[in-house]
Design a protein around this ligand. Structure first.
Ligand SMILES: [Zn+2]
Length: 101
């Protein structure tokens, strides 16, 4: 990936937040955008190009993010919430050019 990593991360975060209306998709919290996280449903080391695609991102507040990292929510559950799947996420990650902004 040639693009600056920080820019890629920022764009991913913005796109995920926008799709989820700047609220945690699990509990609906959205009082402070600075305290929201764009969680990678499939770990960025386990998906092509770091998985910086909408299909692999989900907006979570800090407590829900921690729960997700702890495995309280399965990736399948999280994908379902955003209308995605591991297959879709991998397809999008392998072809970043077709990813919507
Ligand atoms: Zn939450």
């Amino acid at each position: 990936m040639v693009a600056d990593k920080k820019a890629v991360r920022q764009r991913f975060r913005d796109a995920v937040f926008r799709r989820d209306n700047y609220c945690c998709v699990l509990c609906g919290w959205g009082d402070d955008v600075e305290k929201l996280d764009a969680h990678h449903i499939t770990d960025r080391n386990d998906i092509p190009n770091g998985g910086y695609v909408l299909e692999n991102g989900i907006t979570l507040c800090r407590p829900c993010h921690r729960s997700a990292e702890d495995g309280v929510f399965s990736p399948e559950e999280l994908y379902r919430v955003i209308g995605s799947s591991k297959v879709k996420a991998f397809a999008a990650a392998e072809n970043p050019s077709i990813t919507h902004e």
